[in-house]
Design a protein around this ligand. Structure first.
Ligand code: FNR
Length: 385
């Protein structure tokens, strides 16, 4: 007789004492997610080389402390595209939060609003983008806080009118920027969504679903997935038609970074999609210095991929990022304890960031530069005495 899979535990209503960092949420999440969902969230593509590298690359970078700095009036506040963020931490767009919690993206958005953390909502959210924006605003109002930054992540649709409709809906719902993801138009996804979880924003839109032509038939080339895949012309078109700031997500090469800027991108997200699209890409943190050198400050850079601790954040900022985004950990925390879990995870991360800044003698985000890196790191030309 084969043992039936363990039944996932419901979300907790109090945070266990043994959760003190994001890795603890990942460990606990395994007990709160069905195995198929956990695997879908946590896995990378191929052999998982890039997924693994995203983490270990942070571990290779060392920091140079500075004692007894004056930290009075210390703050993690950050200006990004004219918006004030309480810290340089944002939630990356992640599809289908209802895989982790019945409250879905609205639950996550309330937690982000409570901590005044910016959130990028996926085209593939499992609740309507309007409901998520309303949940965020209601939470801010209830707590008498300024509204948290909300961005909408766009996946190009097969018909431009559908892409445009999504942008218009996002603008009408109060989203303040559009993040267009350019690295995942061609990717394999064999994950069957459980009942009750659906990409509601694009309901009824023709999809790019990959259909197998059978043995010997078309695989990718020659299929609608490739024939209809977006190109740089679509970025130019989107720039001309999107009244909101446009952020291009999924940039790894300096060449693509410059192309996106030429076409009018207001910011870029250096990202390999959390190791989910092409195995063998370098770690996001390893490509950041080269992209930053090419971009030379023309637009802000964000970074995601493997960011799990406060020291990962200061390293990212030191190597040229203005902010970081967090992917999988929001799903882990949501599964473990819903709104409370996400808020707690964000609080922990912000606490780690403040501690790292204090140890490095940085009272503000602007003071974090290559000087906080131990000089042996190649990204650090300046060094600090
Ligand atoms: C993603 N990511 C993603 N990106 C995007 O632009 N739109 C999306 O809908 C999704 N969906 C999604 C689902 C799941 C389950 C994961 C894990 C990731 C990628 C995401 O925005 C981000 O780039 C990575 O998750 C960052 O890496 P970490 O923080 O997960 O290591």
């Amino acid at each position: 007789m084969t043992a039936s899979p363990p039944v996932p535990r419901p979300p907790l209503t109090a945070i266990p004492a043994d959760i003190t960092c994001l890795a603890d949420y990942e460990r606990h999440a395994a007990g709160h997610l069905p195995e198929a969902s956990r695997h879908h969230v946590d896995s990378g593509t191929g052999e998982g080389l890039t997924l693994h590298d995203n983490r270990v690359a942070f571990g290779r970078i060392r920091l140079a402390p500075r004692a007894l700095a004056d930290l009075r009036q210390g703050s993690t506040r950050t200006l990004l595209l004219g918006q004030l963020h309480e810290s340089p931490i944002l939630l990356a767009p992640v599809a289908f939060h209802r895989l982790a919690h019945s409250g879905g993206e609205c639950e996550t958005a309330r937690a982000a609003a409570a901590l005044q953390v910016g959130m990028a909502v996926s085209t593939l959210s499992s609740q309507p983008l309007e409901d998520i924006a309303a949940a965020s605003r209601a939470a801010s109002a209830e707590l008498h806080r300024a509204p948290a930054p909300l961005w909408f992540q766009l996946y190009f649709q097969r018909d431009r009118e559908h892409s445009l409709a999504l942008v218009r809906r996002a603008q009408a719902a109060g989203y303040q920027a559009v993040v267009v993801t350019v690295d995942a138009s061609v990717k394999r996804s064999g994950f069957p969504l459980p009942q009750g979880v659906e990409a509601v924003n694009v309901r009824g839109y023709p999809s790019f679903e990959q259909r197998s032509g059978g043995l010997g038939g078309p695989i990718l080339f020659g299929t609608p997935l490739i024939e209809g895949a977006p190109t740089w012309d679509d970025i130019a078109w989107l720039r001309a038609n999107c009244p909101l700031p446009l952020i291009v997500k999924g940039v790894v090469s300096p060449r693509d970074a410059l192309r996106a800027i030429e076409l009018g991108a207001d910011a870029l997200v250096v990202s390999n999609h959390g190791g989910r699209v092409l195995d063998g890409l370098p770690a996001a943190i390893d490509v950041l210095p080269r992209v930053a050198a090419a971009v030379a400050g023309r637009v802000p850079l964000l970074l995601d991929g493997g960011v799990r601790t406060g020291t990962d954040i200061v390293k990212s900022l030191a190597l040229g990022a203005s902010a970081v985004m967090i992917g999988r950990p929001q799903v882990h925390a949501l599964a473990v304890a819903g709104l409370l879990g996400v808020a707690h995870a964000l609080h922990l991360l912000r606490g780690e960031l403040e501690l790292a800044m204090a140890q490095l003698g940085c009272a503000s985000i602007g003071e974090i530069d290559a000087g906080i890196l131990w000089p042996a790191h190649p990204g650090n030309e300046a060094g600090r005495n």
